[in-house]
Design a binder for this molecule. Structure first.
Ligand code: ZN
Length: 273
């Protein structure tokens, strides 16, 4: 994406998310961004509200703080039709998702036309899940770096999403060494989960909804997969469950905006006046 459009997109997403959430915060950030006309300093502080935390260095398995957030995170992508169905689900319902693609699967490029607008608007965030889904703890350093770097470059070239802070090790298999290699590749935040659709195997619709009812809770990070088609027949039921529980879907980037996203709104407001 062209850079200015990218910045404006980020700004629109953050302002939209923060409206109505309070009137504190961001004064320091506005000051740090450099001098601005006095008449603009107050509106910036008032509109943007509280600033979410930056992506942490280390392992996370739930959303930060208290709230009604639910992060649905969808991994792998072995089946193009399931990837397509998740994209259509998001576009139709406004549900916010985070994808952790493996670039080796064609499903991501094959669904580029559906995915790119969702990525551009911030409704879909992306994280790195390695190129070919190995157990990283069994590989030497150079192979780990290659798996992560190749997929980061794929996300960058295919979707302009390579600069994500988020990394999810395949199978959740990690140690301090793999965490450090992910951080060195640009992904300091290792994202595990505290809920699951249990769909790493083929489920019946009833089994999948039982898992959703068990694990869809406030501030959960729920892992699912774009691999098996069971979920594609259950989107209405999943949306109903989310609504019934008063939950609000968020991307990982909503919960932990990057440094760029946290500063850019101030810059953009000055630029567009
Ligand atoms: Zn996976």
């Amino acid at each position: 994406m062209e850079r200015r459009r990218f910045l404006l997109t980020l700004a629109a997403g953050l302002v939209g998310a923060a409206v109505g959430r309070g009137t504190t915060g961001l004064v320091d950030t506005a000051a740090a961004a450099g001098p601005a006309p006095a008449s603009r300093a107050e509106p910036v502080a008032t509109v943007l509200g509280e600033v979410p935390p930056a992506p942490p260095t280390g392992v996370v398995d739930r959303l930060p703080g208290e709230g009604d957030g639910l992060a649905l995170t969808i991994d792998d992508g072995t089946d193009p039709e399931v990837v397509a169905a998740f994209c259509t689900f998001a576009a139709d319902t406004g549900v916010r998702l985070t994808f952790f693609p493996n670039g080796r699967y064609r499903s991501w490029l094959d669904n580029g036309e559906l995915l790119q607008p969702l990525v551009d608007s911030g409704q879909v965030a992306m994280g790195n899940h390695t190129w070919s889904h190995p157990d990283l703890t069994t590989l030497p350093d150079d192979a780990v770096a290659e798996e992560i770097g190749r997929n980061r470059d794929f996300l960058a070239e295919a979707f302009g999403a390579g600069r994500t802070p988020f990394f999810r090790p395949p199978f959740g298999a990690r140690d301090e060494r793999t965490d450090a290699l992910a951080a060195a590749a640009g992904h300091p935040t290792v994202v595990l989960w505290n809920g699951t659709l249990e769909d790493n195997r083929l489920l019946t619709p009833g089994q999948l909804m039982t898992a959703a009812r068990r694990w869809f809770t406030a501030q959960a990070i729920v892992v699912g997969h774009a691999n098996q088609r069971t979920v594609t027949g259950l989107y209405d039921e999943l949306v109903a469950l989310i609504a019934e529980r008063g939950l609000r879907t968020v991307t990982l980037a909503d919960a932990w905006p990057s440094g760029l996203a946290r500063v850019v709104p101030v810059v953009v407001r000055g630029a567009v006046g």
